[in-house]
Design a protein around this ligand. Structure first.
Ligand SMILES: C[S@@+](CC[C@H](N)C(=O)[O-])C[C@H]1O[C@@H](n2cnc3c(N)ncnc32)[C@H](O)[C@@H]1O
Length: 272
């Protein structure tokens, strides 16, 4: 496909990108025809997927607030996506102006827009990297010098681990990240599932095969396993809408049908 003027060659317009489709569903402007076509096809198959993406964003916001309440002031947000309203640094710095956030994404559009948005915000950084290479993410994060790995950290993996196929050993990726985090750190995960889902949702998720990053749907037990031996906080690994809703009225009848589980765990390993 011809690359329109002004677009860096690394932006692949021959197929939709998960980050850009997600941006479209959230009402963002950083997407192209090829992304919108896939998004529209998904929307006609199931209205639930758009709601899932919004519910995912809300889950992330509530989880970040919970971490801030627990005293966390530094975050590593992997698979952070294209910046939209209510980004992690906005939620975090509204509560604690000194909070530091490093964003990591594999998508060049997400990285370019994050850099643009964060120019001048000294407490934030952006890394272009692949979750499947956690050692590199940790090394780059250390190089930026923004996070103190000897203190509690919030590791955010919202809507991203399902892009790591079993052959790329997501369990090992998670173990590497957990091992780098000091006692008192938290891990936030939301992950697509096949459990309790109608067929149309499963069919719509399957369309991700058209993007560079296909989704692997997993069971609640598999997703729970990614927290390792960390203590899973109440209410557990649950449908995202059910994770500490701001008010009971926010929980809709479709809450079980949003196709993804969310959970938060804390590293209670003794120091030393
Ligand atoms: C569904 S979006 C989630 C965005 C954000 N975390 C949120 O919850 O609102 C998933 C993001 O993960 C990114 N992604 C997919 N595979 C990745 C990988 N292997 N490494 C890093 N990022 C990845 C995509 O580019 C996309 O921006």
């Amino acid at each position: 496909m011809q690359q329109p003027d002004g677009l860096p060659a690394e932006i692949d317009l021959s197929r939709p990108s998960a980050a850009r489709v997600y941006d479209y569903f959230l009402g963002g402007a950083h997407n192209f025809d090829i992304d919108r076509q896939l998004a529209e096809q998904i929307a006609t198959m199931t209205p639930n997927l758009a709601a899932t993406m919004r519910a995912g964003r809300e889950f992330l916001r509530r989880a970040v607030r919970a971490l801030l309440d627990a005293g966390t002031d530094q975050f590593l947000d992997i698979g952070s996506g294209i910046p939209t309203v209510g980004n992690v640094h906005e939620v975090a710095q509204a509560a604690n102006p000194k909070a530091r956030v490093i964003y990591v994404d594999i998508d060049p559009v997400a990285v370019a827009h994050s850099r643009e948005l964060l120019a001048g915000n000294e407490a934030t950084g952006v890394i272009h990297a692949d979750l499947r290479d956690p050692e590199r993410i940790l090394a780059e994060a250390r190089k930026l010098g923004l996070l103190d790995f000897d203190r509690p950290l919030g590791i955010l993996l919202a809507g991203v681990v399902h892009f790591v196929p079993d052959t790329d050993r997501p369990g090992d990726v998670l173990a590497t990240l957990r091992a780098a985090a000091a006692p008192g750190s938290h891990l936030v995960i939301s992950h697509s599932t096949f459990e309790d889902q109608p067929q149309e949702m499963l069919d719509a998720q399957r369309l991700s095969a058209r993007t560079a990053t296909e989704i692997t749907l997993r069971s609640r037990a598999e997703i729970t396993g990614y927290f390792g031996d960390w203590t899973i906080l109440e209410p557990g690994v649950v449908h995202m809408e059910l994770w500490r809703p701001d008010s009971p009225s926010e929980v809709t009848a479709e809450g079980q049908r949003f196709g993804a589980f969310g959970g938060v765990a804390r590293n209670d390993r003794p120091a030393g």
